[in-house]
Design a protein around this ligand. Structure first.
Ligand code: L3W
Ligand code: SF4
Length: 442
């Protein structure tokens, strides 16, 4: 049973592809079109507009809990539970932050949500603010996507003019000021505490956790941070009920998820499908492997998640549990598809360079270890590998894991371990024969 979602779904374009983008571009993102699609109805529902009874903050949180919605930024933390951490009664300023600092290699969903459907995120944030008694929010937008920032700013202006943002929203007691903040393009600022530092005007370096942002966040105040896609799911949940959202997916993996299909596929793009969709069906949506070539491997959840060989991923469904059981992570949902012509040593070289370049340098295992990993893979790729390099790669990766302040260290080590687990023979071949196993490179 495979469904595409059509107009009634969270993002209104469950099967998003470049053709649909072209149709939406510049026309359908505005507030009038959003309202015509049922936009801001969820906000009206909780604020007892249009003759309804309204919903209390507890009822909103209960609905989000019932939906099974889990954080779409990478960690999959239950959203309703996170919202319930906010100490609503504490008489201090509290903040709501949207993490739109999408920088994970392969991931390109949040920028499209913000560009093609910005009001769904704004509405989701207003509802979240209501549920947690928050009056000020920020959307931290990745620094390299200027047009998205401008589009979101324009949508904010529309929402303010329509009375959805500001003091006493739609005549209610709920007031919420929402601002956009342009980041500077550093990958690490997508880590939630580095993001907060950056938002405060400081160097974007992660903080130790705990304390979690829920108790010590922006300017040291209680803060809730969710990913763009997570906020985007909220209006649909409130309109249709948490149970309906849960039933879109499967137990413990409620709702739909946007997957960025990238790499060797015929139709790269973002595809929103129910959680639990077979990988094979998702691949078919993206037109299959490019040029009819054979599938070799897939990195299923952004570059931080370990690679899975074709036969393993083909047996998976796209949800947190199935991908974890196969030994990887659903992460942010960037599905990097690699065909039979891809060299795994070269692929790991590119990933290792990325993490080494993006390490913020605060902790020694990450600062030194990521560079060390990159240099070792580089010499293997260039035919200068040594017999003991694979043991050393394993050892360095193991000594980074779990010994750093933030998840970037683990994110650099996990792809190494995944590659060595499934494609060790390619590394051995590079070292022993000084050539590549892939015909194109021999
Ligand atoms: C209060 C507790 N709050 C956890 C909160 C915490 C955070 C959320 C998840 O990493 C992953 C990473 C990348 N009291 C809490 C609590 N929280 N316990 O729950 O926390 P955590 O630490 O599990 O994850 P994280 O640090 O948010 C995110 C992976 O995602 N990833 C990266 C994607 C990158 C992007 C991007 O570029 N935009 O999404 C992809 O796989 O490796 O493992 O809010 O505060 N007791
Ligand atoms: Fe910085 Fe790396 Fe340490 Fe994270 S793990 S704080 S990126 S040095």
């Amino acid at each position: 049973k495979f469904q595409t979602t059509g107009q009634e779904t969270c993002f209104h374009d469950r099967h998003i592809n470049p053709q649909i983008y072209a149709g939406l571009n510049g026309r359908n993102w505005g507030i009038a079109d959003y309202e015509a699609r049922g936009g801001y109805q969820a906000l009206r529902k909780i604020l007892a507009q249009d003759g309804g009874e309204g919903m209390t903050a507890d009822q909103v949180i209960a609905e989000v809990k019932a939906s099974g919605l889990r954080g779409r930024g990478g960690a999959g933390f239950p959203t309703g539970l996170k919202w319930s951490f906010m100490p609503r009664a504490l008489p201090v300023q509290k903040y709501l932050v949207c993490n739109s600092d999408e920088g994970e290699p392969g991931t390109c969903k949040d920028r499209d949500i913000l560009f093609y459907n910005p009001h769904i995120v704004i509405e989701g944030m207003i509802i979240a603010a209501y549920a947690m008694g928050i009056s000020v929010g920020y959307n931290y937008i990745h620094g390299e996507i200027f047009e998205v920032y401008e589009r979101f700013e324009a949508a904010l202006e529309e929402a303010r003019a329509a009375g959805y943002l500001g003091a006493n929203i739609l005549g209610s007691k709920h007031s919420f000021q929402l601002h956009a903040h342009h980041g500077f393009g550093a990958y690490i600022c997508g880590e939630e505490t580095a993001l907060l530092e950056s938002l405060e005007g400081k160097k974007g370096q992660p903080r130790f956790k705990p304390p979690f942002p829920a108790s010590f966040g922006l300017y040291g105040r209680p803060t809730t941070i969710n990913n763009t896609e997570t906020f985007g799911a909220v209006p649909w949940i409130i309109r249709n009920g948490g149970q309906a959202y849960l039933e879109c997916g499967k137990p413990n993996n409620g709702g739909t998820k946007i997957f960025s299909m990238v790499g060797d596929v015929e139709r790269p793009g973002n595809y929103e499908v129910p959680m639990g969709t077979p990988f094979s069906a998702l691949l078919a949506l993206a037109g299959g492997v490019k040029g009819g070539k054979k599938l070799k491997a897939v990195i299923p959840g952004g570059s931080s998640s370990p690679v899975l060989p074709a036969e393993v991923i083909m047996a998976c469904t796209m949800d947190y549990d199935s991908i974890a059981k196969a030994g990887s992570m659903l992460g942010s949902g960037a599905v990097i598809v690699m065909d039979e012509t891809r060299c795994m040593v070269k692929s790991l070289l590119r990933l290792s360079y990325f993490y080494s370049h993006e390490s913020c340098g605060q902790c020694t295992p990450c600062r030194e270890g990521t560079g060390w990993l990159w240099r070792m893979v580089q010499r293997i790729e260039h035919g200068e590998g040594r017999a003991d390099d694979l043991a050393l790669l394993d050892n360095v990766a193991e000594n980074i894991m779990g010994r750093t302040i933030c998840a970037l260290g683990d994110a650099a080590a996990m792809p190494v371990r995944g590659m060595l687990k499934h494609f060790r023979h390619e590394f051995v071949h590079h070292i022993e024969h000084k050539t590549c196993t892939v015909p194109a490179y021999i």
